[in-house]
Write a protein that binds this ligand. Structure first.
Ligand code: ADP
Length: 395
């Protein structure tokens, strides 16, 4: 009897304790799970939010707050609970309408939202799905990815394709037009036929230059392009070689190219690419200077950098164009450039890619390309290259 009574007593006392322990364990495990979930959601690169049936945001992970510029310092943001309507949070009626529709239809939806934050265009890919939060009612979950960089790259790709087609269209049209002229010309008018053929030839040359420069750019931009290592190279012979390559063009316009470079100046670089950059700069300096003027090339060392400058006293570049001058296909005087191939002058119009190539060559040396210029007062193009570049990089 005594045995049973003591057993019963123990059993009676231990049951609630066990239950309490179990409850405590379950609570601890639920808390651990929730903390784990919270830290997963906090470290996600995507923004995640939960909205109730009134489209009020009841949960937002830190990324969602930062994507929509919601102040992360506020108490609500710290608790991951902005507790505000989606529209006030996102300022996107499009997103509000899409979430409304998901609530109404119960079907998930995906959309791209474009917005501006401090003047910067942002593109978000948003996935919205219905959510049945066991017992706490219906709602929707939104997952937001920032695809702004991808959208910008896509825009660059589209612009580039449009630019290339545009640049090629003009010379193609001229070639077509003058070929037709030849076909319609009287066989006896050899002088005129010759004139048309020269224009065709000049435009074919432009197209060849464009394709050559495009291939050059592609190869410079390709980080996987195998390249022999940079070599310690004397500057003076490189500059002399580049000057030699533009000699005929310079002579035609009675322009002298003067070189100022210490004979012992050398740096670790890709010699042939530096020649290519210099030829582009010299070619421009000659093209955009008055007959009889002087073009100067300076090379010197400054603060462990090699500095190469090409200076002319030509037409110069107005201030408003300077920021964009190294962009592909950017030209100051587009009309003039296009006219060049359709008339009697000897100039083959430029490709608009020369300075973009120069900039890429500087970047490949971990350096920079700069311009100082004033309209009517000439231009100074400057390359700054580290004397001993460690790693090449692209921006
Ligand atoms: P392009 O083949 O048209 O010369 P570039 O990329 O070499 O193309 O140059 C872009 C534009 O920059 C030119 O069309 C011209 O308007 C301007 N430019 C370049 N170099 C000079 C210079 N030395 N003087 C005046 N304008 C220049």
């Amino acid at each position: 009897m005594a045995f049973f009574s003591s057993f019963k007593k123990t059993k009676l006392n231990t049951e609630p304790e066990k239950e309490t322990r179990e409850l405590e364990q379950r609570a601890a495990s639920a808390e651990a799970k929730s903390r784990r979930l919270e830290s997963i959601l906090s470290s996600m690169p995507e923004g995640v939010g939960v909205l109730d049936t009134g489209l009020k945001i009841t949960y937002a992970n830190p990324r969602l707050c930062s994507l929509f510029g919601f102040n992360s310092g506020t108490e609500a943001a710290k608790k991951n609970s902005p507790d505000m309507p989606l529209l006030s949070f996102s300022h996107s009626e499009e997103l509000e309408a899409a979430a409304q529709q998901v609530l109404a239809t119960g079907r998930p939806s995906e959309l791209t939202v474009k917005r501006y934050a401090s003047g910067v265009e942002q593109h978000f890919r948003v996935f919205i799905a219905p959510l049945d939060m066991a017992g706490t009612g219906q709602g929707v979950v939104i997952v937001v990815s920032d695809i702004s960089r991808l959208a910008r790259l896509e825009q660059v790709r589209k612009d580039f394709a449009a630019n290339v087609s545009h640049e090629l269209r003009t010379p193609i049209q001229v070639v077509k037009g003058f070929a037709e002229n030849i076909l319609n010309s009287s066989q006896d008018d050899r002088e005129q036929i010759r004139h048309f053929a020269e224009i065709i030839n000049k435009n074919a040359q432009t197209m060849e230059n464009i394709t050559y420069d495009l291939l050059s750019l592609v190869s410079l931009e390709d980080e996987n392009n195998p390249r022999p290592p940079m070599e310690e190279t004397a500057l003076a012979p490189l500059i002399a070689e580049a000057a030699g390559m533009v000699e005929i063009a310079a002579k035609k316009r009675d322009i002298s190219v003067e070189i100022y470079c210490p004979p012992d100046l050398s740096a670790k670089l890709y010699g042939s690419l530096i020649i290519q950059a210099l030829v582009n700069l010299l070619d421009n300096a000659i093209k955009y200077s008055g007959a009889g003027s002087r073009v100067k090339v300076y090379a010197y060392e400054e603060e462990r950098q090699l500095v190469i400058e090409v200076k002319d006293k030509g037409i110069g570049i107005p201030m408003e164009h300077i920021g964009r001058i190294f962009e592909r296909f950017y030209r100051v005087d587009k009309a003039r450039s296009r006219e060049a191939n359709s008339g009697d002058n000897e100039i083959v119009s430029g490709t608009g890619l020369g300075l973009a190539i120069v900039r890429h060559i500087a970047l490949l040396h971990n350096g920079t390309a700069e311009l100082e210029s004033h309209a009517g007062e000439g231009s100074l193009f400057r390359l700054r290259l580290p004397l001993k570049p460690d790693v090449a990089c692209f921006d």
